[in-house]
Design a protein. Structure first.
Length: 481
């Protein structure tokens, strides 16, 4: 039999190289916004698109990261473990966690993991006590106990103010909500933390009950749940209708929460923008977190979850099922990317904001993330999310990473191979929670994507991310007549 394999030679290589560079130049000139081309184009200054295109197209190919390199997870833009560790000093150091990370975010305005309406006066004495007692880990069960007296006091004061002073009551409830988040942060791995989460949910609903068209809890029937399994039959959500003066049926923004920020922890600015644009807003917790009924170790459980959510949306006369956009943030960004493929015919589009898709589920990345910007141990938090005991089974989770990656990686599992709904990818280039490569690699597969990677920014790319995302969503919603 005659072989059909053509032997490699330098002439073939040079021709191939030229063709690749020419194709790269063509596509960049067509689209200055990095909507479909390789991750390497994030090195460009997009304000000079043609010059940047020429530089990127004819630069050495080693500057570009192809799909095989991105999916190998051997190196990352942020550097290795020691390089990342040199930038952060809050791990196992409660004083640094408070003074270097949380206190500045409280003082300058709420930023992850601090919720809106947080009041620094509620937190300061608690962290003074944590520092004094040297309680260094948020997984220590003494941690939530330090928050309980102040949390209960805020709720009692809010209850007392409610009949006569709705403004004060609302503020106190939402302060309790913000405090409750850090009290059980980052996971609900004990009954005490779950009870605080319940207090937080009630505080959020009470605090927002004074708003125009307030949030309400809706338990969506999980019609696609796995039969004869432990998967729950109801999907707890928060829903806020569109303003009365908005177009009806209204577009819907579906917010997919993160690994440690649940329904009542979503940013206030996103909610305000949804109201300003006339969108209804549905907040859903992702598998393995909050009160989600989805099975945490079943990679297809989110697909069933979104099918049930979309079935419910289709029955709501006030919602326009043609204009539904999913927005996943952080770990929710993984599900935002995934739903763009699995439900591409049922949604208008999706956003993966600061998400992961592939390399996070490697020991190499977990070692980096555990010394990076994340406030506590990401490996323990991920262990909990996947159904392991974070106190006793994190080593088992780490040992299981290869098997988990083969099943959950959007690249390894082949989820990214077909076409997708319109998908926007946004992250900070210096993200040390999830590597920016996990967003960039999505550009290598399927339908061309839109992307914005913010130079110098960390996880999720704020404060640039939200305005960029809303412009994209607004344009997408307006495309449906």
């Amino acid at each position: 039999m005659t072989s059909s394999v053509k032997h490699h030679n330098e002439e073939d290589d040079s021709v191939s190289t030229f063709l690749r560079r020419f194709a790269r130049l063509f596509f960049i000139l067509v689209d200055f916004r990095m909507t479909s081309v390789s991750p390497c184009y994030t090195i460009m200054n997009m304000r000079i698109p043609i010059l940047s295109a020429l530089i990127a197209a004819f630069a050495p190919l080693s500057l570009c990261q192809n799909a095989a390199e991105a999916s190998s997870c051997k190196s990352f833009h942020v550097g290795n473990k020691s390089e990342v560790a040199s930038q952060f000093h809050h791990h196992n150091n409660i004083s640094a966690l408070w003074n270097d990370l949380l206190k500045p975010r409280l003082a300058l305005g709420p930023a992850y993991p601090i919720n809106y309406e947080a009041n620094i006066s509620d937190f300061t004495p608690i962290f003074d006590s944590l520092i004094r007692k040297n309680i260094t880990s948020a997984f220590d069960e003494r941690w939530p106990l330090e928050f309980l007296p102040t949390l209960n006091s805020l709720i009692s004061s809010a209850n007392a103010a409610r009949p006569t002073n709705s403004s004060l009551a609302s503020n106190l409830y939402l302060r309790a909500n913000a405090l409750g988040h850090i009290a059980h942060y980052p996971s609900l791995h004990t009954p005490l933390r779950s009870s605080i989460y319940s207090l937080q949910i009630a505080s959020f609903l009470n605090g927002t009950s004074f708003w125009p068209n307030p949030y309400r809890e809706i338990l969506i029937p999980h019609l696609h749940r796995l039969p004869n399994s432990t998967e729950g039959g109801l999907i707890p959500t928060f829903y806020r209708p569109a303003p009365c003066n908005a177009t009806h049926p209204a577009p819907l923004l579906v917010r997919l929460t993160g690994i440690d920020g649940f329904r009542s922890d979503q940013p206030r600015n996103a909610d305000l923008l949804a109201q300003e644009h006339g969108y209804a807003h549905l907040i859903v917790e992702i598998p393995g977190t909050g009160a989600s009924p989805a099975l945490p170790r079943d990679p297809s459980s989110p697909d069933r979850l979104w099918s049930s959510v979309l079935d419910w949306i289709a029955t709501q006369p006030d919602l326009d099922s043609r204009r539904v956009v999913f927005w996943g943030v952080s770990t929710g960004g993984y599900y935002g990317m995934r739903v763009a493929y699995t439900h591409r015919d049922r949604i208008l589009g999706a956003v993966g904001n600061g998400g992961w898709s592939n390399c996070v589920l490697t020991r190499r990345w977990m070692e980096i993330a555990d010394v990076g910007e994340y406030p506590t141990s990401l490996s323990q938090t991920f262990a909990w999310k996947f159904g392991y005991d974070p106190l006793n089974e994190t080593d088992l989770f780490l040992a299981d990473l290869p098997a988990l990656k083969s099943r959950f990686s959007l690249v390894d599992s082949g989820v990214v191979e077909p076409d997708s709904a319109p998908l926007l990818l946004v992250d900070g280039m210096e993200d040390t929670i999830f590597p920016v490569e996990d967003s960039m690699v999505m550009l290598e597969f399927g339908t061309p994507k839109s992307a914005r990677f913010v130079r110098g920014a960390r996880h999720t790319g704020e404060p640039v991310a939200t305005p960029v995302i809303f412009r994209w969503i607004e344009n997408l919603m307006a495309s449906v007549v």
